[in-house]
Design a protein around this ligand. Structure first.
Ligand code: AMP
Ligand code: FE
Ligand code: FE
Ligand code: ZN
Length: 273
């Protein structure tokens, strides 16, 4: 069966592989198609497409937007987006600046707790990529304030707190509309992470096109659960590894892959926009 991995991060956000490396690894994993879905960034797509053309693998332009729903951080993937759209790039610039301001606020809170890490060290970790909590976590490990990346999230940075600061405020409706306004298809990322399935019908009402339905490797529940949710609410299906390279958080490229016919359905939806 021909397979696709539609959830991959690169150094353009919080992954550790370059777009070129991601494409090469995807080719080795025998994938027919992939999507580069960096957090609030599309700057890795051109490089990935150039290598992909040489290697004969399809790269779908993608993005993973952060939106806020009832105070929670929710991720919405966009596929087949017109990633060169000027208005969209202006939005990404706002998100990028919002993320820097947020890092400053988080670090101020950490400093008050006696964890004296510097904003500059965290920004340096992100390099030219979009900065996020993973970069803060890595500096906390390096400076010896925690013993692991996971511990940094458990003790300080995770969605359960205690440290919190908002990024650029964007509602799910706005995120979905933004993706659709540039010809894209909107998909709720890792629905199992939010501990509230009610979000799925809520977002379906707001125009969401699909959800990721492939469970993570260590998932203990019913593996068909989100496939059934997708059917129930007439949503398209997607999935992917959420690969982050050396950094924690995802799986190796090609794990949680989807059959290529899911890609065709997503493409069909996009072609109508
Ligand atoms: P941000 O984009 O700054 O909100 O950071 C979110 C990213 O942090 C996610 O995409 C994951 O890569 C990572 N992340 C969030 N929570 C955890 C966690 N509990 N353990 C490991 N990584 C996490
Ligand atoms: Fe991430
Ligand atoms: Fe995500
Ligand atoms: Zn992701």
């Amino acid at each position: 069966m021909e397979l696709a991995d539609l959830h991959l991060h690169t150094v353009h956000s919080d992954g550790t592989s370059t777009p070129e490396e991601v494409v090469k690894r995807a080719k080795l994993a025998n994938l027919k198609a992939i999507s580069i879905t960096d957090h609030d960034a599309v700057s890795g797509i051109n490089a990935a497409m150039a290598v992909a053309e040489e290697l004969g693998i399809e790269v779908i332009p993608g993005v993973e937007l952060s939106v806020t729903y009832q105070g929670k951080d929710i991720h919405i993937l966009g596929y087949f987006i017109n990633y060169k759209d000027k208005k969209f790039l202006d939005y990404l610039e706002l998100f990028k600046i919002g993320r820097i301001r947020r890092v400053e606020k988080i670090i101020a809170q950490l400093n008050r707790r006696g964890l004296s890490i510097r904003v500059e060290s965290v920004l340096a970790k992100a390099g030219f990529g979009v900065v996020g909590r993973p970069h803060i976590a890595e500096v906390l490990v390096e400076e010896g304030y925690v013993t692991s990346y996971e511990e940094a999230f458990q003790k300080y940075l995770g969605d359960q707190g205690p440290i919190f600061a908002e990024k650029y405020p964007l509602s799910p409706e706005e995120g979905i509309a933004l993706i659709q306004s540039i010809g894209g298809v909107s998909v709720l990322a890792h629905p199992g992470c939010y501990n509230q399935d009610g979000i799925i019908p809520e977002l379906a009402k707001k125009g969401l096109d699909g959800i990721e339905t492939v469970p993570p490797p260590n998932f203990l529940g019913d593996p068909q659960h989100y496939t059934r949710m997708a059917q129930r609410y007439h949503l398209l299906e997607s999935g992917g590894s959420d690969y982050h390279g050396e950094r924690g958080g995802g799986a190796p490229i090609g794990m949680r892959a989807i059959p290529y016919n899911f890609v065709e359905k997503l493409k069909q939806r996009a072609s109508g926009r």
